[in-house]
Design a protein around this ligand. Structure first.
Ligand code: BGP
Length: 470
């Protein structure tokens, strides 16, 4: 066991489209999320859930929200910048000054409270205008638009931001594009998806190059959802399937920025399926010429895989439930793990194993940018929220941190999901994750008043004791 150092980045996380609201004011343009109702036209959405127009109304409550984060003792806060607040369509030459002003105010307030901002450049909310032109599949449009957006942020905030994350969960966007930003049904593992994957990697690499010029001391890394894949049994076909799943789900989203190339397993998979991904000769040099400083990753659970079946025989789940990729792997249930009320498996030891695997493969500092439990919380008549189930989940994961450090992993921060209640990607405001309760329902905005949950007081104590008082 190792002591958690006093400079550890304890905090929590949100994303702009899920927390801010203010969807059409101060010059903001529509994003892919603004036209959705609880998860972009997803098959999985349940009727009667909210859209992303008001959310927690953080756009108007940011000062109060930051004060509550400071009261919990946050050392860091991970949030994203709403692309369409800065470039309403993605095509403008000049950024929207009102949008920049909002983030200056937010960041200044965080710095005033000595909270380190961990900024995600892009978290699921591309301008709808860019998506209509093909989104990431359209290299000519999307790559320059993203690089322009990132460069604007670097220039604007270079004196205030030390940690940038390029794109949130590109792996989930690619593997679950039907849920997270596309209108297509089913799993998109074809040429278009992998072209989007490659184009987004090029965009991230170009942005990293820009940051090195503009703000050489700042640190940058990707923010994938990483979940170590276990084999369902020790049958060699299951072990092979788990290895395939690790490549397709996890490593391929980090390899280009550390190793400078894609795994042969990925390339062979493309060839076997006749996926015609266009990679320009200069792209390989580009990957080789960039490096990242850390890996930010979102960890909710481990994944289990077994030998694959035909796609047509597989039932679609959400991004933490799994999927089948023909000839490669099929997600499997892990009978040893309990599940959250929303069916996501709970695996704190998997958090340690995932951290070890990342360390072994990449030997870079890592930061947890999401981890948490979604549940239906109840506000009692005396203004309390007794979320002992959330405390139990977080406690079991935080208890792994000293062990992870003792394993030699360079874990430098823990920012669970979410700082405050926000609208879930799939299941509306009823699926809550926050330490701070926001008083609203799916359709009734009520007074949006903030309440401290039991987990709020508990996390405050955890941070104050550097993780010892759990
Ligand atoms: C991650 C996303 C977050 C958040 C979280 C919880 O994949 O990065 O944006 O939504 O999952 O997911 P959900 O809201 O579906 O419970």
């Amino acid at each position: 066991m190792k002591k958690i150092p006093s400079n550890f980045l304890w905090g929590a996380s949100t994303s702009a489209y899920q927390v801010e609201g203010g969807w059409n004011i101060d010059g903001k343009g529509p994003s892919v999320q603004d036209v959705s109702k609880g998860g972009f036209l997803s098959d999985l959405k349940v009727g009667g859930i909210t859209d992303f127009k008001v959310c927690a109304d953080h756009y108007h409550h940011w000062k109060e929200d930051v004060a509550l984060m400071a009261e919990m003792g946050f050392k860091s806060y991970r949030f994203s910048i709403n692309w369409t607040r800065i470039y309403p369509t993605g095509f403008e030459d000049k950024p929207n000054s009102k949008g920049l002003e909002f983030y200056h105010n937010l960041i200044d307030e965080l710095l005033k409270h000595k909270i380190e901002p961990l900024v995600t450049i892009h978290h699921f909310d591309a301008p709808i205008t860019l998506e209509e032109k093909g989104g990431w599949a359209n290299r000519e449009v999307m790559v320059p638009a993203y690089v322009k957006f990132a460069k604007t942020l670097f220039l604007e905030f270079k004196d205030k931001i030390n940690y940038w994350q390029t794109i949130n969960e590109l792996n989930m966007v690619i593997l679950f594009s039907h849920v997270l930003g596309k209108q297509k049904k089913g799993h998109d593992t074809g040429t278009e998806s992998y072209q989007s994957f490659h184009n987004a990697n090029v965009a991230q690499a170009l942005a990293i190059k820009e940051l090195r010029k503009i703000s050489p001391s700042a640190k940058i890394g990707p923010a994938p959802n990483i979940s170590l894949v276990y084999p369902k049994t020790c049958a060699p076909s299951d072990v092979l399937a788990a290895d395939n799943a690790n490549v397709l789900r996890n490593w391929s989203y980090i390899d280009p920025f550390v190793k400078g190339y894609y795994s042969e397993i990925l390339i062979e998979y493309w060839k076997a399926n006749n996926y015609q991904v266009v990679i320009l000769p200069e792209d390989e040099e580009l990957f080789k010429s960039v490096s990242i400083d850390f890996i930010a990753f979102n960890y909710y659970n481990s994944t289990t895989a077994q030998a694959p079946i035909k796609d047509s025989e597989y039932k679609v789940g959400d991004q933490e439930m799994g999927f089948n990729i023909e000839n490669m792997f099929q997600s499997a249930d892990n009978k040893y793990l309990e599940k959250t009320p929303y069916g996501w498996q709970i695996d704190p030891i998997g958090f340690r194993m995932t951290s070890r695997a990342l360390h072994d493969r990449y030997n870079l500092p890592i930061i947890i940018t999401e981890n948490g439990l979604g549940a239906k919380d109840v506000l009692t008549s005396d203004g309390k929220i007794h979320d002992d189930y959330r405390i139990a989940y977080l406690r079991d994961h935080i208890a792994q941190i000293p062990l992870i450090l003792a394993d030699g992993v360079k874990l430098i921060g823990y920012n669970p999901w979410s700082a405050i209640d926000l609208v879930s990607t799939h299941q509306g405001i009823s699926k809550r994750y926050g330490f701070i309760y926001v008083n609203r329902d799916e359709d009734d905005l009520k007074d949006l008043k903030r309440y401290r949950k039991d987990s709020f007081y508990w996390y405050k104590k955890v941070i104050a004791s550097d993780g010892e008082d759990l």
